[in-house]
Design a protein. Structure first.
Length: 343
């Protein structure tokens, strides 16, 4: 992602300074550190020298340059606004990168806590508890239920640990595979939009991506229908993607974007479709969309900052229950054994 941001931003500056496309891309190639990106730019330069346009040369690498990327370049070449479109594209890529970075950063704290808890439980199960279990078994007393459950868990890890690990890996691989199926992914995406914790972040991040991409495309001179189709392709959530594709179909029938979005207030809140409606009526749709993108970007920023506050009590409660259960499981039989010895 950063290679592409660097590419379009610097190419825009070089075109503005009077360098040709070939000279600009060659200069960027010499400055980039990524060997893979250098090879791609070598191929782009080769096809440019053969008379192809920049858009067509980039389209040969769909795994790196998305449909959005290529179409904005093509429109810029056709309309003579390549420099402007490169600037719009750089801004869009930068904001998309920052959005993903914020969401990932918000997940670091919960992941660290979960890993630490798993490490604690694993350490107790592997190094401490196996030494205590023979001691508990050596006394002729009925062990408390929590201790018996813990002993069963530890013995299962000792006897079948490798099979449990392989089973977990297999289960994760199965989940990854099954989520590639469109119907299953759609159900999962719909569930994410309904869960109390994930719903606000998912909705706001999808709205940022939609409004920012659509606004950037319209500002670059792409038609509304084509811009909606391309925008739909950049949305990861299938529920949102399908609704945006439906909006594109409705536009072809003569309806407005806002009229369709009103039908799905669960996905597009009143703030979104009313701002879009105002933009459609005043002829400043791209400005309204970019304003909305900024608005929802700030909302995502606030939500991600508060995410740790939401997760902290839940994680602490889970850790407390686990640690408390282990402590009770160890302490109860010790009290029972001590009482038996006194007796």
């Amino acid at each position: 992602m950063l290679d592409k941001v660097f590419f379009v931003k610097h190419l825009s500056i070089m075109i503005k300074s009077g360098l040709s496309l070939h000279e600009g891309i060659l200069t960027i190639r010499e400055q980039t550190d990524s060997k893979q990106f250098k090879k791609i730019l070598d191929d782009v330069l080769k096809h440019l020298d053969n008379g192809e346009s920049l858009g067509s040369s980039l389209a040969r690498h769909p795994q790196v340059f998305s449909e959005l990327f290529v179409n904005m370049i093509r429109v810029g070449e056709a309309s003579g606004t390549l420099e402007e479109n490169l600037n719009h594209l750089a801004e869009q890529l930068k904001k998309s990168y920052e959005l993903r970075r914020k969401i990932k950063a918000a997940m670091i704290y919960p992941v660290i806590i979960l890993v630490a808890t798993s490490g604690l439980i694993g350490g107790l199960s592997i190094f401490i508890l196996p030494r205590l279990i023979p001691l508990f078994k050596s006394f002729d007393i009925e062990l408390p239920l929590p201790t018996r459950i813990l002993m069963g868990f530890v013995e299962a890890l000792q006897n079948y640990g490798i099979f449990i690990l392989l089973g977990l890996i297999g289960f994760i691989m199965f989940l990854v595979f099954i989520l590639q199926i469109k119907k299953v992914k759609r159900l999962n995406d719909g569930l994410i939009l309904k869960l109390p914790i994930t719903s606000p972040i998912s909705r706001s991040s999808n709205l940022v991506q939609f409004t920012m991409t659509l606004g950037t495309l319209l500002k670059s001179g792409i038609s509304v229908v084509e811009a909606l189709d391309i925008s739909a392709g950049t949305i990861g959530n299938l529920v949102y993607r399908e609704e945006i594709q439906k909006a594109a179909s409705e536009i072809e029938k003569g309806k407005t974007i806002s009229a369709h979005l009103k039908l799905r207030e669960d996905l597009f809140p009143p703030t979104a479709f009313r701002m879009i409606e105002v933009g459609e009526k005043t002829g400043s749709l791209e400005d309204s969309l970019l304003y909305l993108a900024k608005f929802y970007e700030e909302e995502v920023d606030n939500l991600t900052k508060n995410l740790s506050t939401v997760f902290e009590p839940i994680l602490l409660l889970v850790i407390g229950i686990v640690v408390g259960f282990v402590a009770v499981s160890i302490i109860l039989p010790i009290y029972k054994i001590t009482g038996g010895l006194h007796g």
